[in-house]
Design a protein around this ligand. Structure first.
Ligand SMILES: [Zn+2]
Ligand SMILES: [Zn+2]
Length: 164
């Protein structure tokens, strides 16, 4: 029934009831697992991530819609954060190590960035990516490195997966 060419065919990773099953990764409305960075004080409420990094996983719109239904993004974030509690040190080493890097960063301070993962709609335009169902990962980075990394990226090139 599907005529998606193999190069653009992916199986939905969520497989919830009413799942589309196979998705065409070129189409609007298809979501891709995406990692990125958010500043601490934006955690939970924010949906836009810096330095978006697409992962090899896709999901159909029906599954994302179903999973978002009745879910408060702050509650979801807090639950994911609670699961990581034992892996949250007071200080963490910034993984970028740029020229102005602060080195060890306080993980709970405003201005520190946190690695997150969620689902971004494929084919978004521009430098920001809105991520749904965002959950934190145990990695932190300094604001200087984030600024420098972002400056090195042309906003038009940030959505690297837009063109196959
Ligand atoms: Zn699905
Ligand atoms: Zn740094």
């Amino acid at each position: 029934m599907t005529t998606v060419p193999p190069a653009y065919r992916a199986t939905c990773a969520l497989q919830l009831p009413s799942c589309a099953g196979v998705v065409d990764t070129r189409r609007k409305g298809v979501f891709r697992r995406t990692r990125g960075w958010v500043e601490n004080r934006q955690a939970g409420g924010a949906h836009s991530v810096a330095l978006p990094e697409p992962q090899q996983a896709w999901a159909c719109k029906a599954c994302i819609t179903l999973r978002r239904k009745g879910v408060n993004s702050q509650t979801l974030w807090d639950a994911a954060d609670a699961r990581l509690r034992g892996h949250r040190p007071e200080w963490a080493r910034c993984p970028f190590g740029g020229a102005r890097c602060l080195g060890d960063v306080p993980t709970k301070a405003p201005g520190t960035y946190r690695l997150v993962e969620g689902w971004a709609e494929a084919r978004q335009q521009g430098g920001t990516n809105t991520v749904a169902l965002m959950a934190p990962l145990p990695s932190w980075a300094c604001g200087h490195c984030l600024d420098d990394q972002r400056r090195g990226i042309d906003p038009g090139q940030a959505v690297l997966w837009a063109e196959p």
